[in-house]
Design a protein around this ligand. Sequence first.
Ligand SMILES: *Cc1c(COP(=O)(O)O)cnc(C)c1O
Length: 402
Amino acid sequence: MSSHQTENLTLHEKVKIMNRKETPMNEFPLMKVEKGNKVLFHPHIPKNANNYIAETLSTRWIGQGPKVDQFEIEYSKKFCNNFTTLAVGSGTDALHLAYLLAGLKPGDEVISALFTCTATNIPLLYMGVKIKFADVQSDTLNIDVNHVRELISDKTKAIVCVHYGGLPCDMDELHTIAREYNIPIIEDAAHAIGAEYKGQCIGSISDFTMFSFQAIKGITTGEGGMLAIKDSSLRHLGEKLRWFGIDRSAKQNGVWENDIVDIGYKYQMNDIAASMGLAALEEYDETLALRKSLFSHYVERLKDIDEIKVVGKGYTDRVHAGWMMTVLISRRKSLMETLRKFNVESGQVHYRNDRYSIFGSRTDGQFPNMDDVEDNYLVLPLHTKMTIDDVDYICDVIQRGW
Ligand SMILES: *Cc1c(COP(=O)(O)O)cnc(C)c1O
């Protein structure tokens, strides 16, 4: 289409056309879970999930009850250095709560990750917050601290970072900036359950850390999420916002005595989901060890292939949670087709968020690192149904060329 033909199109239509250079999804339909197929993702269902859920179903509480309380406490002990934790219905709920508890207001500016699940940024739009996207680092696809520095101003009210694939961002550098401007850091740790940064667990470092327990995440509760909060005095407000703004602990004295002063949401986790979460926590050390071993086997096998770079490898001051294996390659579509021929599913998973109309105008040249990798990143299978042999099989296919 020549440029004069696109002149009269709306921004939304233009973005759609620009996106056409991406391989249409229907060329690579979802792969069936059948013998021999190497699917991209698979949920991890813990050994004790069925028993724990059945036990909960036999009690009086299936909504938010004692299992949610227990899951919050045990999760915090394991990952959040006993920070106060709020279990919610999804990771997106947790992020929205974090943004509310951080006191963000319409018109405030937030610096956030460009390359992530849209769920990181959509709750900011609920609140009328102005998003300033920061570019990626080429080797990790995490937020580029140098660009954060360029974007920050007195109007900036928070920094949101995403630990892409499971590798923690440059937290020391981000915290240095945040301290200078006295603003909170909100970590999207949806990919990073069990990741560590300089000996500290992700979940125990920043003002707010969000985890997702959506179907394919490191821990799943079907749908679910957790928000770890450094300042425990925010817990009470967080609990209220999670449940319509109602103070569930206040005595009602037989009549409705307590007013609702904050408009809240229906964001709580239920006890059925929490039971599954408890079963997942029990065996998470094993889950994580398996994921890490698959990740490092990929790294080992791919290290001598010049045309491939593994995203986020080689950092010794932080621990990768091995949630996702992403490579940078050229001729992506060709590699996807080759992998498909050998029954291996691959995909992009996330797209740069500035491509979506809801985030406003797309500005060329503002994100040179993202522009460079945009057509070159590809996610390979990594999940707990896989073995080291599966990684070998996939790497053999790649090694033969595409
Ligand atoms: C999965 C995911 C979310 C959203 O979590 P939900 O539980 O699906 O709401 C947010 N951010 C990232 C980076 C994710 O991968």
